[in-house]
Design a protein. Structure first.
Length: 184
């Protein structure tokens, strides 16, 4: 009786291994075929952080910034994604200059190439992420490291007395929601 059980187990175990080897071989062949044809999925991720960001923003203009955002530390990347969602719906509603996109999805007001309304108009996605990312890192170094603290610096300019309590809380909650999707 023991001998039969042993043969049955060994026979099934070998079948499972053969199936797994076959399945893996097919998956590798399909992936190689896709690479040869130049079909690389937008879900081929270089990092877990990049994967999280991509799942959120894939259908929005900010998607071309994913590689640059993912090069930042997780805290900075979380703020870049969350603030861009709140300020421009990830690039759907952002400033333009002379009919061209400014790649300013954060409502950033700097001195570089300003629009008539005072927003910075960046030359390309890489520059936009670099400049805004530096500003966010600077704020983080000043202990502005949560959405509740960031609202003071980003939305209010350190004094929220000119904003309603609810608009400040709404900014904090909305940014916090997407911040946690990246940071947690």
């Amino acid at each position: 009786m023991k001998n039969r059980k042993k043969k049955f187990f060994l026979k099934n175990w070998k079948s499972i291994v053969i199936f797994l080897v076959f399945f893996i071989a097919i998956a590798v062949l399909v992936a190689e075929s896709r690479k040869e044809k130049g079909i690389v999925s937008s879900t081929d991720f270089s990092s877990e952080l990049e994967s999280r960001i991509t799942r959120l923003v894939l259908k929005y203009p900010i998607k071309e910034m994913i590689p640059y955002i993912a090069q930042n530390d997780r805290l900075t990347a979380a703020f870049l994604v969350a603030i861009a969602k709140k300020e421009s719906n990830w690039g759907k509603e952002s400033p333009q200059k002379d009919g061209k996109t400014c790649y300013n999805y954060w409502g950033y007001r700097g001195t570089y190439n300003q629009t008539d309304s005072g927003y910075s108009c960046f030359d390309n996605p890489e520059q936009a992420v670099a400049v805004v990312g530096r500003r966010i890192k600077d704020l983080i170094s000043q202990n502005v490291d949560t959405p509740a603290k960031m609202v003071l610096a980003w939305k209010c300019g350190w004094d929220c007395s000119g904003h309603s309590f609810w608009s400040v809380k709404k900014w904090e909650w909305d940014v916090g929601f997407y911040f946690r999707k990246i940071y947690d």
